[in-house]
Design a protein around this ligand. Structure first.
Ligand code: HPA
Length: 235
């Protein structure tokens, strides 16, 4: 047990899928895993472990934003031996060719700040995805007839952004979408010797103002779970 994860050693699998929302973790575990078992509920941050095609998998909420994700990623890797961490979440589209419902597989994550940034002092570390996971996820998404885009995303500290000029700079530099967790996930994984990836559905669009209706969110979330599982366990 750790401060934030009430699981016993051995309760957490080496492969962990991390949605922001703990109830999404519950839904995904009950929908995709065989014999899902609740392994954490400290502070309502639900985590479940089961198997997928016989492979042990944990699906654990990260909470919203990098400070929250950082706590869980650190403890999952350091204390429970997680080796592959895949964020599954939503993002806002930032390019005209990136449409609502499309899937973004984040190769890199730009940020203004991350909880790890103090470590680097004058260095601008470039958080990047694990290549093998990224490659497998791309092919899995294509095979599922999703529309995957691979490239850079922006991990923001704020949802209600008061700096439209920053969004404009990100868009000018080809950033595909904005979310709030991946840069820290990639950085913590790099530091602690784990593999990481973020697979995101475009749920809203910063340029068009469109948003995915809630009736469709569950299906698109399910598609991401499938992409993440296929990336972690290619057949
Ligand atoms: N901003 C930040 N995070 C997000 C967004 C957004 O527009 N959409 C989904 N996650």
């Amino acid at each position: 047990m750790t401060v934030h994860i009430g699981a016993n050693k051995g309760d957490i699998a080496e492969t962990v899928l991390m949605p922001g929302d703990p109830y999404r973790a519950k839904w995904a575990a009950e929908t995709f895993l065989e014999k899902p078992k609740l392994v954490n509920e400290v502070r309502g941050m639900l985590g479940f472990t089961g198997t997928y095609k016989g492979n042990p998998v944990t699906i654990h909420g990260s909470g919203m934003g990098m400070p929250s994700l950082s706590i869980y990623a650190n403890e999952l890797i350091r204390d429970f031996g997680a080796k592959t961490l895949i964020r599954i979440g939503s993002c806002g589209g930032m390019q005209p060719h990136v449409k609502i419902r499309d899937v973004i597989i984040a190769m890199t994550a730009t940020s203004l700040n991350t909880p790890s940034m103090g470590l680097f002092k004058e260095v601008n570390f470039a958080p990047s995805a694990d290549w093998t996971l990224l490659h497998k996820a791309f092919h899995a998404a294509e095979a599922m007839k999703l529309t995957p885009h691979v490239g850079g995303i922006y991990s923001s500290d704020v949802f209600y952004d008061e700096r439209p000029d920053l969004t404009e700079q990100m868009t000018r530099h080809g950033i595909l979408g904005v979310e709030m967790e991946a840069a820290e996930l990639y950085t913590v994984a790099a530091r602690l010797g784990a593999r990481a990836l973020a697979v995101l559905t475009v749920s809203d669009h910063l340029q068009t103002g469109e948003a995915l209706p809630s009736s469709e969110r569950e299906r698109s979330f399910g598609d991401m779970v499938q992409v993440a599982l296929d990336a972690a366990f290619p057949s």
